[in-house]
Design a protein around this ligand. Structure first.
Ligand code: HAM
Length: 416
């Protein structure tokens, strides 16, 4: 039997109903904050991701050649595509440009709970402004989304990659070596970071100071330890978030992020209920446009890991409304089949969701099927009722039955 490829999943009708429900909440939240949706291709020129995504992403890239010998890749994330599209199509639009996107991404990772090779991101970007207000707006939108989904337990942490980059640079790490060192620090792999730093001439005490910096966590007051413009910038971001009535994230100067394009504020949101793969959202400010042939433009954005956030909601026991079909129409005998089709057509035209027996089933079996698909009502089309222009309507939750005029049927069913 052929199975779906490792790290991918099939989403069945119940899954899709749940996914669409939560996707709708995210879309509404984004739109409420002035973001507008875009969609970009699922595959792009591989170079788009090779230029500045960093070693993590490169190792995981689904890259291939097409029949025309072009180097392409399935998108591992959607920020680079969004900025490419901005450079191609939107660079003259009034700034800032606020966009959002939803779709699948592909990373060749080792699959486990909450980590897939095909997964979905819901992300947003503000392009063209570099202010603490922009960063605050992005973080606030991400937090509003998580809250709107109904997740109870989550924690947001915000840092500034500029602080760490500056320290690493002055300790002797070159721009070339920076991504590799940052990648180790992102994963808190200090033992693996140390040899790289040592080779670059960083002293033991210098390295220790940097490791300690990545452990700087707490309220806004911890920023006193690292005075400078970056800290002041973070303070301003926090003040705007608070002004919007949103709980401020914790300061964590160890937030490094797995992608290499960030230049300023960086943040992550995690759901502790998920255990190992608990990061449900990540983002920050960056510049990419100049790499793709555009002018240098500052942007800030984030992406929610849709699959992970859904997993967290499930673990918290979150309920979502299950939609049920209104009516299931059954012909009581073969000679009323056509009339039953007439009625199902009429119901659908009148905005009632309705289905009909397609298998010439006997009444008991058709009833059983109607109940298994969760129909609210069954409409039985029999000759006796038809003689009075009526049908029998059975309420599937109470079991009550009554005769209803066909002309009154849509109103009768919709009335519930
Ligand atoms: P990222 O942190 O690499 O950032 O991914 C965002 C989110 O996608 C993660 O927090 C995680 O929840 C989810 N995610 C990542 N990999 C997987 C996987 N293999 N399976 C399931 N979920 C996963 C970005 O991609 C940036 N583009 C975010 C951004 C937007 N920065 C600025 N703008």
């Amino acid at each position: 039997m052929i199975q779906s490829p490792r790290g991918t999943r099939d989403f069945l009708p119940n899954d899709m109903e749940r996914r669409r429900f939560y996707e709708g909440i995210l879309r509404q939240t984004a739109q409420r904050s002035g973001f507008r949706e875009i969609q970009t291709p699922i595959f792009e020129e591989a170079e788009l991701f090779i230029l500045r995504s960093g070693p993590n992403i490169l190792n995981e890239l689904y890259a291939f050649k097409d029949k025309g010998d072009r180097d392409l890749a399935l998108r591992p994330e959607m920020t680079a595509p969004a900025i490419r599209s901005f450079v191609n199509n939107m660079s003259n639009d009034p700034k800032p440009i606020k966009i959002f996107y939803f779709g699948q991404c592909f990373r060749y990772e080792r699959p486990q709970s909450g980590r897939y090779r095909e997964f979905f991101q819901f992300g947003a970007e503000i392009i063209g402004t570099a202010t603490p207000q922009t960063d605050a707006e992005v973080i606030a939108t991400a937090l509003e989304m998580i809250k709107a989904l109904g997740l109870k337990e989550y924690k947001a942490r915000i840092g500034h990659i500029g602080i760490l980059r500056k320290e690493l640079m002055s300790a002797g790490i070159t721009a070339e070596k920076m991504p590799e060192v940052l990648q180790k620090l992102d994963k808190k792999l200090y033992e693996e970071a140390w040899p790289l730093m040592k080779a670059a001439g960083v002293s033991r005490s210098g390295a220790y100071a940097i490791f300690e910096l990545t452990g700087t966590v707490g309220g806004a007051n911890v920023l006193d330890k690292v005075p400078g413009e970056e800290s002041e910038y973070l303070r301003q971001i926090l003040s705007y978030i608070l002004a919007m009535g949103i709980d401020a994230p914790e300061i964590d100067l160890g937030v490094v992020r797995g992608l290499d394009y960030y230049t300023g504020m960086v943040f992550e949101i995690e759901a502790p209920v998920l255990g190992a793969e608990k990061q449900i959202c990540g983002g920050g400010s960056y510049t990419l446009s100049e790499l793709f042939g555009g002018e240098k433009v500052f942007s800030t954005g984030f992406a929610v890991g849709f699959d992970r956030v859904l997993l967290a909601l499930e673990k918290e026991g979150a309920k979502y409304p299950i939609s049920r079909m209104d009516a299931y129409v059954i012909a009581a005998s073969e000679d009323t089949t056509k009339k039953a089709f007439e009625i199902v057509g009429m119901l659908r035209r009148n905005g009632v969701s309705a289905d009909i027996d397609l298998a010439d089933r006997k009444m008991a079996k058709a009833m059983k099927y109607a109940s298994s698909v969760g129909s609210k009502f069954v409409v039985i089309v029999g000759n006796e009722d038809l003689a009075k222009d009526s049908v029998t309507v059975r309420d599937m939750s109470s079991g009550e039955q009554k005769s209803v005029k066909i002309t009154d049927l849509p109103a009768e069913i919709r009335g519930h």
